[in-house]
Each structure stands twice: as structure tokens, then as C-alpha cells.
Write a protein that binds this ligand. Structure first.
Ligand SMILES: N[C@@H](CCC(=O)N[C@@H](CS)C(=O)NCC(=O)O)C(=O)O
Length: 221
């Protein structure tokens, strides 16, 4: 065994992408095993690896972890991306939950039935512009520091920058009124580990096209 974490998911963003970003930001190399068919998912289930019959699954440090948040928290704790004390951790969790709520809208959007897409995209853009991004801009403005919590990179910054990139793919002008968020995106993107992850050929996943969406739907149907 290589000792690298092994990520079990489909070859697409979904709930695994924030985990990929966090590992990459921490400078951790990882392996991926992609489920391609329903049988691949069923095999993981039959092997007893999926506690709740769901992916993401990450093998790390002798554990088989499921539940995205638990996985993110373990990585954040292990690689010092989780604040210096309980109060910082509470803020990091609070911000990360807000990011996760926006991210849920972003990741579910491509899989929606056509009739629901327009209204869902309008809601997503509205929530990004008027709820989530102003809230994070305000945090950065309130303390004038480089990162959301404790003037140090945390899982909240990494997840926020990830969702900024993905929201911008859906609405290129969404960041127009958020100069501090733009600066945060630039700062995080220029960290050597993240810079590497943003280069072509990394394990970062592109947005799913129609063909891939149909293949992924079949895995879970
Ligand atoms: N709360 C879980 C939700 C996981 C989840 O919904 N996973 C989907 C794939 S992204 C899944 O495995 N769906 C199959 C099922 O629920 O049976 C987490 O965040 O990990």
C-alpha cells in the first residue's frame, strides 16, 4: 500500500471535489478509484465499506471514512487547517456550513430535470450574490486579514474558493461586487499547492458534460 489516501467516487466533481481541493491544498497526494457502473457501487456496498451505502468513501490512516463533513474535518485537523482553538474552530465550521449549503446547490444543478434548471439557476445566483458572498465579504472586511479565520488558511477558505470557481462557471459576473473575495481567491489560488492543483493534468475535475451526467445517473439509479 502506498500510504496515500484512496478516494472512492465517480470520475466527476460531486461531493468529492471539496475533499480533493482540501487534500491538494494541504499538499497531500492521493489515489482515486472511480466507480463506473452500478455494479462498482454495489461491490463497495457488498464489501461493507459504505456505512450508509453512500459515497464519498476515503481510505485514510487505516480508516474507511464516509460522510463528506467527517472526512473534511479529519483532513483539516490532521493538516492544521482547522484553527488554533475551539472558538476559531466554531467559526471555521460555521463558515464551512454556509459554503456547503451553496455548494449543494452548485453540485445538484447539473443533475436536475430540464424543467427545473432555469428556476434553480436563478435561485443559486440570487443566493450566491445576495446571501453567501456578501456574508463572506463582510467577514473579510470586518477584520481586514488575509484569511477568514485567524489570519491563517483553513478548510473554510479552501472550500469557499472552490465554490467561487464553480459558481463563476455558472455566472461569470457573480463576483463583480466582492473585491475582498476576489483577493482571497487570488491569494489561495497562488499558494503553491493550490496553484499546482489548478494546472491542467491535476486531479481537479472539470464540470460534468451531458454524457458524463447520464453515466453517473446510471450508477445511482
Ligand atoms: N451526507 C452524505 C451524503 C452522501 C450522498 O448523498 N452520496 C450520494 C452520492 S454523491 C450517494 O451515495 N447516493 C446513493 C444513495 O444515497 O443511496 C455525505 O455528505 O457524504
Amino acid at each position: 500500500m502506498s500510504g496515500k489516501p484512496i478516494l472512492h467516487y465517480f470520475d466527476g466533481r460531486g461531493r468529492m471535489e471539496p475533499i480533493r481541493w482540501l487534500l491538494a491544498a494541504a499538499g497531500v497526494e492521493f489515489e482515486e478509484k472511480f466507480m463506473k457502473t452500478r455494479e462498482d457501487l454495489q461491490k463497495l456496498r457488498n464489501d461493507g465499506d459504505l456505512m450508509f451505502q453512500q459515497v464519498p468513501l476515503v481510505e485514510i490512516d487505516g480508516m474507511k471514512l464516509v460522510q463528506t463533513k467527517a472526512i473534511m474535518n479529519y483532513i483539516a485537523m490532521k493538516y492544521n487547517l482547522y484553527g488554533k482553538d475551539m472558538k476559531e474552530r466554531a467559526l471555521i465550521d460555521m463558515y464551512s456550513e454556509g459554503v456547503a449549503d451553496l455548494n449543494d446547490m452548485v453540485i445538484s444543478y447539473p443533475y436536475l430535470p430540464p424543467a427545473e434548471k432555469e428556476a434553480s439557476l436563478a435561485n443559486l445566483k440570487d443566493k450566491a450574490r445576495n446571501r453567501y458572498f456578501p456574508a463572506f465579504e463582510k467577514v473579510l472586511k470586518s477584520h481586514g486579514q488575509d484569511y477568514l479565520v485567524g489570519n491563517k488558511l483553513s478548510k473554510a477558505d479552501v472550500s469557499l474558493v472552490q465554490v467561487i470557481y464553480h459558481t463563476e462557471e455558472l455566472d461569470s459576473s457573480v463576483m463583480a461586487n466582492f473585491p475582498l473575495l476576489k483577493a482571497l481567491r487570488t491569494r489561495v489560488s497562488n499558494l503553491p499547492t493550490v496553484k499546482k492543483f489548478l494546472q491542467p493534468g491535476s486531479k481537479r475535475k472539470p464540470s460534468e458534460d451531458e454524457k458524463r451526467i447520464e453515466e453517473i445517473k446510471k450508477i445511482f439509479s
